[in-house]
Ligand binder design. Sequence first.
Ligand code: FE2
Length: 180
Amino acid sequence: MAVIKIRNTGEIIKGHENVLSFLEKQGVLYEHWDISKLPDRLKEKFVLTDEEKEEILTIFKEEIEDLAARRGYKTWDVVALSDATPNLDELLKKFEQVHVHTEDEVRAITAGHGIFIIKGDKETGYFDVELEAGDVISVPEGNPHFFTLMEDRQVVAVRLFIDPSGWVAHPYEEKEEVIK
Ligand SMILES: [Fe+2]
């Protein structure tokens, strides 16, 4: 289950209902998929063949189509990041800059971990959402955020788009002290 850390106050929010209600207030969609549907060999595999990516999409076909129908997503794929990814450090440097997109950023984690750092309302400021396998998140269109990996430095996620061109990152100027 996801864990929230509010950067200003150090407050930690745990437990499905608490996380759900906090994210709901911030306009961030949060859901959970049953990760036990995934065969064990795909739970700890971070270099995937095209066939394995297709297999993941087939296993979660119902969940993907349900989410897509509710939210208007039209296309989806699987992304895998790990130390085996060429230029992982360079990619992370890019991901770690605050930015916005012209559509939702939707990620369903199927293995490993990831953190979205999202700009909340005025009172809350930036908060971390630490995600594990089964967690599904949608960062709203135009909402400043950035992404990074956790200590395990590996993740597999299903991405859903209205149009993949919407994922182009537009830099968002923020004072450093607001983010930290
Ligand atoms: Fe993003």
